[in-house]
Write a protein that binds this ligand. Structure first.
Ligand SMILES: [Mg+2]
Length: 275
């Protein structure tokens, strides 16, 4: 007899072709880009343990639990993971292949990787709710089969890449280097960033399985707020300060690695000062 989870997976893979699309940025979202390597700075031991990834001859310092988060997402039969970075294709391909190997031991077949050449120039006459940026990531490029735009999320640290009318698809995950601007403890965000991303994505996924569009779930969090400063919307900077998302992400990642923990520094790590 099929166990319930196996039955669910069979159902998902054979009968429900529609998937939730998760578009992941790389720099500032999964890793901090580091220096160019030379013979003195090659750190293959750090690469082996998943601390850094060397791609296109540059170091990339992975955020804690990035491989576990990717493993969790790859394990979901109704999630389609797409990488979309403004980096060059060679760098992105090498990075994703190495990250996938750290996550599940191999590169899954058919993973879509979008790169600098896939960016589109901003249309001058368009209103960009989250602000103007020279280039945009149109996540329609990431959709396949009968996947719908309302069931897609783009995880970004730089909202200027979000295309017009795709603001509601954003999961804003600040680059930890910007912690002072957003008044979030840098250590907490840096160490727990992947828990936040996984937590928010999994809540979207649970609702998606109940027939609730991803953009609807994000609107309830909410992911964007009225700007009041001339633009229609701004990202909700308070979202990454909410502990419940980190705790939910922790419960997800513990299913793929029981050693994952929430890394605390101070008793009260979330800044209470408003933005
Ligand atoms: Mg980025």
């Amino acid at each position: 007899m099929l166990r319930r989870t196996n039955f669910f997976r069979l159902f998902q893979s054979n009968f429900c072709r529609s998937k939730m699309t998760v578009v992941l940025d790389i720099d500032g979202t999964l890793a901090t880009p580091g220096k160019k390597i030379d013979s003195k700075t090659i750190r293959s031991s750090d690469e082996k343990i998943g601390k850094i990834i060397i791609a296109a001859e540059h170091e990339h310092h992975l955020y804690s639990y990035a491989p576990q988060s990717i493993r969790y997402l790859y394990n979901q039969p109704d999630v389609r993971v797409v990488f979309f970075s403004s980096g060059i294709k060679e760098r992105n391909d090498e990075f994703v292949e190495k990250l996938s190997k750290l996550a599940i031991g191999s590169m899954p077949v058919g993973i879509t990787i979008l790169s600098r050449n896939d960016l589109i120039a901003s249309k001058k006459n368009k209103i960009y709710a989250l602000g103007y940026g020279e280039h945009k990531k149109n996540i329609m490029l990431a959709l396949k089969g009968d996947c719908k735009i309302e069931n897609a999320a783009i995880v970004e640290d730089d909202w200027s890449y979000v295309d017009a009318e795709q603001e509601k698809n954003l999961i804003y995950s600040p680059d930890p280097r910007l912690f002072s601007e957003f008044c979030i403890d840098e250590y907490f965000v840096r160490q727990n960033k992947m828990l936040f991303i996984t937590g928010v994505l999994d809540i979207c996924l649970l609702n998606f399985r109940r027939g609730i569009p991803v953009t609807k779930t994000l609107s309830l969090m909410p992911n964007i707020l009225p700007d009041g400063m001339g633009r229609p919307y701004k990202p909700n900077y308070d979202l990454p300060k909410q502990r419940k998302f980190y705790e939910h992400g922790l419960s997800c990642l513990k299913t793929v690695d029981p050693n994952v923990i929430l890394k605390e520094t101070f008793p009260d790590v979330i800044c209470r000062q408003g933005r």
